[in-house]
Ligand binder design. Structure first.
Ligand code: NAD
Length: 478
């Protein structure tokens, strides 16, 4: 059984306490990783601080070359990395291989090109020259969620490194292997020791200790409950926190839309990765004029999705990543049923080995803004545009919203008015390393990707060089 080591200041290490890695499709333990000790975390902070001093001095051209090398390492090992993500988390192999990890690698390529396209500014001022320098923060503590570890490593780590920071990465204890495998290859690159560190183990111990440590910035992707704990852990050592949370994403289906396109995208957005996707649809609002036919067809299609071994190409659904999460889904569905909601398909864990939960469609009586992070989509009919708009606007979260209609002037107006980080009109997952991504309200703050993502990791510095007497010269006449 392979034992994975964590990576501190250029050294691979193991700790005394081990964590078993379970394949959620078979319930077999197939690997082990270590809980990083506090002493090793301190060594990571020291190493990362030293590396940050060196890395900050590199030119944009040097950083771009390094980012391209990292992207190449990911592509060269794509198959192994994708295999590990699927074995550890259970999402279908085709998603790990063709979507998630490649999106992460693309971020390194994008920020390499971005660095070659920008320059720090110098402005002729009234009294001299004003230089605007793009300074990094120093050491970034980067928290990864369990569903798409290498994708989020790309979303966050590429911009942070491009900006001149070093990294201490805390992957989820349920999804550490692909990153630990990748750093074995990154170790062979000519990067400063300590530029990239990986600390592994449980969130409540090593994750908390990282938040308490003197890192200079935290980039957090995960749940709102954990964010609160991280904020509490940073009070004595306050620092900028970029946070990307989830939310109840809404897809609004108006009667005049292309129904087959809306259906396909609601299926994809609700059930890919077993619904463990921050951009997944939680709540599908469907115009009552088309509701009976639309819900019937959605249920038929959802019920036909094959579930089983995530490596078998015919399976659209693999297992849920952990037993605990599968049991939580079951409990949450039971609670919802007590409010009068009706299960139209699925709604019960599958018996037998593996943490399987089928594609589930639930018809709501009362509105519910719940992120199940599961293959569960909530369906609600609406009567007229006004009701749909109210439901969309009252959402306490605001990550993504889909609008399905052929009335483009209306869609454009609505997209402009509602408060979400991303609005897709007749589209889903139309995003790339160039387009900013992040939430509003309870879905977090800060942006990943695009030029906005880069500037999250920059503290601009102004240097004013006086060439003429300054404005206060002679103020007191003395
Ligand atoms: P999580 O909050 O449980 O864990 C995220 C990270 O925080 C992990 O590395 C974990 O080990 C660590 N952690 C856990 N407890 C901690 C503590 N007490 N102190 C410090 N660190 C701690 O989230 P998850 O279950 O891994 O991910 C699912 C959530 O992430 C969902 O809500 C989903 O919507 C969100 N998500 C958001 C995005 C986005 O870009 N907006 C992307 C993916 C996932």
């Amino acid at each position: 059984m392979e034992e994975y080591k964590y990576y501190i200041a250029g050294e691979f290490k193991t700790g005394d306490e081990k964590i078993n890695v379970v394949n959620p499709a078979t319930e077999e333990i197939f690997a082990r990783l270590s809980q990083t000790s506090e002493k090793d975390l301190q060594a990571a902070v020291t190493g990362a601080k030293q590396a940050a001093k060196l890395w900050k001095k590199t030119s944009f051209k040097e950083r771009a070359a390094a980012l391209r090398e990292i992207a190449k390492c990911i592509y060269d090992n794509l198959n192994t990395l994708a295999t590990l993500e699927t074995r550890e988390i259970g999402k279908p192999f085709k998603e790990s291989l063709f979507v998630d990890i490649q999106l992460g690698a693309d971020c390194f390529k994008y920020y390499a090109s971005f660095l070659e396209s920008i320059q720090e500014e110098s402005l002729p001022g009234e009294y001299g020259i004003d230089l605007i320098k793009y300074e990094p923060f120093g050491v970034c503590g980067v928290y990864l969620p369990y569903n798409v570890p290498l994708m989020i490593f790309g979303f966050t780590g590429a911009a942070a490194l491009a900006a001149g920071n070093s990294l201490i990465i805390k992957p989820s204890e349920f999804a550490s292997l692909s990153l630990l495998e990748l750093v074995k290859h990154l170790d062979r690159l000519d990067l400063p020791k300590g530029l990239i560190n990986v600390v592994t183990g449980r969130g409540e111990t090593i994750g908390k200790a990282l938040a308490e440590s003197p890192v200079d910035l935290i980039s957090f992707t995960g749940s709102r409950q954990t964010l609160k704990k991280i904020i509490a852990a940073t009070v004595d050592n306050p620092k900028k926190i970029i946070c990307e949370l989830g939310g109840c994403n809404i897809a609004a289906v108006f009667a005049d839309c292309d129904k087959e396109a809306a259906m396909q995208n609601i299926l994809g957005s609700s059930f890919m990765k077993q619904g463990q996707m921050c951009i997944g649809t939680s709540l599908a609002l469907v115009d009552e004029k088309i509701y009976p036919e639309f819900s019937r067809e959605l249920v038929r299609k959802a019920g036909a999705i094959k579930i089983g071994d995530p490596f078998a190409p015919e399976n659209g659904l693999g297992p849920i990543a952990t037993k605990k999460h599968r049991d939580d889904i079951d409990n949450k569905v039971s609670e919802l049923i007590k409010t009068g909601a009706v299960i139209l398909c699925g709604g019960k864990p599958l018996a037998g080995k593996g943490y399987f939960y089928p594609a589930t469609v639930i018809e709501l009586k009362n509105i519910c803004y719940e992120e199940f992070f599961a293959p569960v989509v909530l369906l609600k009919s609406f009567n007229g545009r006004r009701e749909a708009e109210e439901i969309i606007e009252n959402n306490p979260t605001g990550l993504v919203c889909q609008i399905w209609t052929k009335d483009l002037p209306y869609a454009q107006r609505l997209a402009g008015e509602i408060s979400y980080g991303t609005v897709w009109v007749n589209s889903f997952v139309q995003m790339s390393s160039l387009t900013p991504f992040g939430g509003v309200r309870a879905s977090g703050w800060g942006r990943n990707l695009g030029r906005e993502g880069f500037f999250e990791y920059i503290q601009s510095k102004h240097i004013g060089i006086g060439l003429l007497p300054s404005p206060v010269t002679g103020w007191f006449g003395a």
